[in-house]
Design a protein around this ligand. Structure first.
Ligand code: NAD
Ligand code: MG
Length: 401
């Protein structure tokens, strides 16, 4: 029997946050919401509070708090309203919390995810940046805090679901000798078949129109460039201890197989399902037991076929950059992530072209890794390098216009 779960949903107004609330609401006898946090959309947060009645909400500023309370109006039990980024970490570590859904986008999730790790929570990790930037620091915090880490990113959830319990219990774990390779699938995004010369004119709207998944804007652009897959390769490295050479990316346009594990005996285990994040979220919330997620059947007969292709590094240079970064250093991985965030933001604001994203990342990595190397064994050291990389990327974006 799983224990009753009191969930802190970090980033509740986002795409993953909303899907999480949808799944939680299906299981009132097994779980409820302890805290909700949001950075914008105070009206949406107020609506969520009316439905889920959390004990705590966290908002970024006093002004946001006032706005939130105005939207909440009268006749509803008021939650405790906490303000500022430190309140995120404090709330994730509250003693009442059993489970933290880490679904804030970007590096802002790092501090609360680390706090949850140190406090020994069950962490449902949707955010990628915590592992990609902090790497060993985050893993050490999970181990030291005796926390449980369940991946939510669909590929890593698929891999996790294909692992024997012995290995799952130990995640994040060193490489297991029974695993030959991790096979991470990628849809190839909206531009998989576009002529490369057309890419320079791509608009944010086109980049965000993912063929199979409906997601936040940033991750949609990351899927189009395949930076997302690159980040997932690095994420898989930290979660499952596999070196870059034992992680293969396969373009699989139908997005029905979410990833696979190839074992030394020649078996490949795969997890299939509709491309709907509620399946991995339910697997996490169910603590690896199967619970209802609201996701419909996958009709294999109507699907007909499953295709696989080798990714084309010419068309998706960002994927190659990510493999190179993983082989090279953590500083390169941090810079890849930070420079990408800056570049994507500039692209979404129409300040740089789609094809500038890869240039900004590549040049940032070159510049940052040329600096004298520092030991990245603390949150401060990681955040400092992250800031340096962002400044570097910003100055490159400024000259690109
Ligand atoms: P989103 O943009 O839809 O939502 C992000 C949430 O984080 C919002 O609630 C927002 O208010 C909050 N937030 C943003 N900036 C913040 C800040 N500085 N401080 C505090 N809160 C802040 O993003 P999403 O698509 O839900 O993705 C969330 C995370 O999960 C990302 O790291 C993404 O890479 C990962 N992920 C998403 C999907 C998906 O299908 N959407 C799949 C796999 C992994
Ligand atoms: Mg994914």
């Amino acid at each position: 029997m799983m224990e009753f779960q009191r969930v802190c949903v970090l980033g509740s107004t986002g795409s993953i946050g909303c899907s999480t609330l949808d799944v939680i609401a299906r299981h009132p006898e097994k779980m409820n919401v302890y805290a909700l946090t949001a950075h914008r959309s105070m009206q949406q947060l107020a609506e969520q509070v009316r439905v889920h009645q959390p004990t705590v909400v966290v908002v970024p500023t006093e002004q946001a708090a006032t706005e939130f309370l105005t939207y909440l109006g009268q006749g509803v039990a008021k939650p405790e309203v906490r303000v500022g980024s430190h309140a995120l970490a404090q709330t994730a570590a509250d003693t009442e919390v059993t489970t933290v859904m880490a679904a804030i986008v970007g590096a802002a999730c790092l501090e609360p995810a680390l706090a949850a790790a140190s406090a020994g929570k069950r962490i449902l990790l949707a955010n990628k940046e915590a592992l990609i930037t902090a790497g060993q620091v985050f893993i050490d915090a999970v181990k030291a805090g005796n926390a449980e880490l369940i991946p939510i990113d669909s590929e890593h959830s698929a891999i996790y679901q294909c692992l024997p319990e012995r290995i799952r219990r130990d995640v994040p774990s060193p490489a297991d000798s029974t695993i030959r390779r991790l096979l991470i699938t990628a849809s190839g995004g909206p531009f998989r078949t576009w002529a490369p010369e057309l890419l320079s004119a791509v608009t944010p709207e086109q980049a965000c129109a993912h063929p199979n998944w409906s997601m936040g804007k940033k991750i949609s652009v990351d899927s189009a460039t395949m930076v997302n897959k690159g980040l997932e390769v690095i994420e898989a490295h930290w979660l499952f201890g596999m070196p870059a050479d034992q992680i293969q990316v396969l373009v699989h346009p139908q997005s029905m197989i979410h990833s696979m594990v190839e074992y030394v005996d020649g078996s490949i285990l795969a997890q299939l399902g509709q491309p709907d994040m509620r399946t991995p979220i339910a697997y996490g919330l169910g603590c690896a037991e199967r619970i209802q997620s609201g996701v419909g059947l996958l009709e294999l007969t109507s699907l007909g076929r499953l295709d696989f292709e080798e990714p084309d590094f010419q068309r998706f240079p960002c994927l190659k950059l990510a493999f190179d970064a993983l082989r090279s250093s953590q500083a390169a991985c941090i810079t890849l992530n930070a420079a990408n965030e800056v570049a994507v933001e500039h692209f979404l604001n129409r300040k740089i072209a789609y094809t500038d994203i890869v240039k900004v990342i590549a040049e940032s990595i070159e510049k940052i890794t040329a600096l004298p190397s520092v030991v990245l064994n603390s949150l401060e050291a990681v955040l400092h390098l992250d800031q340096q990389a962002r400044e570097q990327a910003r100055s490159l974006c400024a000259v690109t216009v």
